[in-house]
Structure formats: structure tokens, C-alpha cells
Design a protein around this ligand. Structure first.
Ligand code: CA
Length: 249
């Protein structure tokens, strides 16, 4: 199978450049030309940047080398199976959302593809509006997956497993302590007031005293700062707290 050159692809992108580009990129791997064209037109009409290929080989390489926000994948391709392509992607820890689009609607095939790493599945023939809402739903989910580990100095927080390490050592936090630390880290360098912290870490209906924050910050400090350097949690008198490695006591 002929490998499409990068030049051809960039040309295709330029020619089809859209005024209302959303910045989101979609790869369509589909050998049914008519369908591929309809998808291309519709998705571009929605402001997405779209590439199309008809082969599993190109599809795999493009998906790995380029940063797509979504892959739309047909299962029966002239040079291989979409399911195998999907497995290869996931074996490489590639997390791009994949929407499988196929005429095969049997349960067994669906299960097989979800197990291979599909995020969604749509059976042909389908209604375009349904495809669009699914595409949008998948794209909303996509970016959140990218930053799973937050790091500051030698502190590491894995947002998927909720594991915390300082200097490589596992730190056990309660759910509230974890939420507090995550909120501080997501806003590293910014001062967060006690009421901001309460709104975010406790729920809106919390009616207790704002000094609950001081209590939790003290516990968190004991776990992630005591015995380590630099100290990461900073008290900003009269304002609140922030986390950053720059402060000096
Ligand atoms: Ca096909």
C-alpha cells in the first residue's frame, strides 16, 4: 500500500482550510469513499480540521505521529482490520479517543472492539446528527486524559490512581486532603482564599467554619512537607494559601 506523503497531506489541509477552525483535529480511517467524503464535509463544516485515509497502515502511522483529538475508525479496511489497528494503538499507550464506525452491529464485534480500546461505537447506516453529538462528547472527554500526573518539585500526584509521592515515597492522604492538594496544585503559584478552598473542596452547602481549611492544611503539611525540602505549602497572611516551591519559610 502506497504511503501518502506528508506534502500531499499538508496540501489537503491547506486547500480545505476553514474560516471557523476549532483547532480540534480528527482523523478518519475509512475506505468507503463516498462515506469518507460525507464525513469530511460535515466535520469540516463544524469547524474541525480533518484528515482522511483509506488504509489501516497510514491510519496507524498518522494516528501515532500526529496529534489528533479523535479518530473515526472503520473496521474492514483493504489492508487490515480496524480492530488490530486499535489494539496496536492502545499497546503503545496511545490514548486518543476512538469512535468505531462499522456495518457490523453484532454484540460480539462491539464487545471485541470496546475491549480493544474503543471509546464509542456507531453502526452504519447512521444519522449524521447522531455522529456529531458523539464526536462532540468524545472530544470533551479527550483533553482531560492528557495531564494525568501533576508535578511540583519532587511532589507527584497521579490524578487517575490518586496516588501521591514525595521524593519517590508514597504518601497516604484522606479524600479531602487529596482534593485540597489537587486544587492547590492545579493553581500552583496562585493564592487561594479559605472560602475559595471551601467552595471547591467541600461542597457549596458547607456551613462550617473556614478554619476547617487551616486544620486540613496543617494535616496536609505534616504529610507532604514535614521532613522534606523545599517546603511547598505557603501561608499568605490574611489571604489564604498557595503551593509553590519558591518560598523560603
Ligand atoms: Ca470498509
Amino acid at each position: 500500500m502506497q504511503h501518502d506523503s506528508r506534502e500531499t497531506r499538508s496540501l489537503r489541509r491547506t486547500v480545505s482550510g476553514l474560516p471557523k477552525d476549532s483547532g480540534m483535529r480528527i482523523l478518519i480511517i475509512e475506505d468507503e469513499q463516498k462515506l469518507a467524503e460525507i464525513l469530511l464535509r460535515s466535520l469540516r463544516g463544524e469547524g474541525f480540521t480533518v484528515d482522511v485515509t483509506a488504509t489501516a497502515e497510514d491510519g496507524f502511522h498518522w494516528a501515532v505521529e500526529d496529534h489528533y483529538d479523535l479518530v473515526i475508525l472503520d473496521l474492514l479496511l483493504p489492508d487490515g482490520s480496524g480492530t488490530d489497528l486499535l489494539r496496536r494503538l492502545r499497546q503503545r499507550q496511545h490514548k486518543v479517543p476512538v469512535l468505531v464506525l462499522t456495518a457490523r452491529g453484532d454484540l460480539e464485534t462491539k464487545v471485541e472492539n470496546f475491549e480493544a480500546g474503543a471509546d464509542d461505537y456507531l453502526t452504519k447506516p447512521f444519522a449524521l446528527p447522531e455522529l456529531m453529538v458523539r464526536v462532540r462528547a468524545l472530544m470533551r472527554r479527550g483533553p482531560a486524559i492528557k495531564d494525568t500526573v501533576l508535578r511540583l518539585a519532587d511532589l507527584e500526584v497521579d490524578r487517575l490512581s490518586r496516588q501521591v509521592r514525595r521524593a519517590g515515597k508514597r504518601v497516604e492522604l484522606s479524600p479531602k486532603e487529596y482534593s485540597l492538594l489537587e486544587y492547590l496544585l492545579l493553581n500552583a503559584g496562585r493564592v487561594l482564599s479559605r472560602s475559595m478552598i471551601i467552595d471547591r473542596v467541600w461542597d457549596q452547602s458547607f456551613e462550617g467554619f473556614t478554619n476547617i481549611v487551616d486544620v486540613y492544611v496543617r494535616q496536609l503539611r505534616r504529610k507532604i512537607d514535614e521532613g522534606f525540602d523545599p517546603k511547598l505549602i505557603r501561608t499568605v497572611r490574611g489571604l489564604g494559601y498557595s503551593i509553590d516551591p519558591e518560598h523560603t519559610g
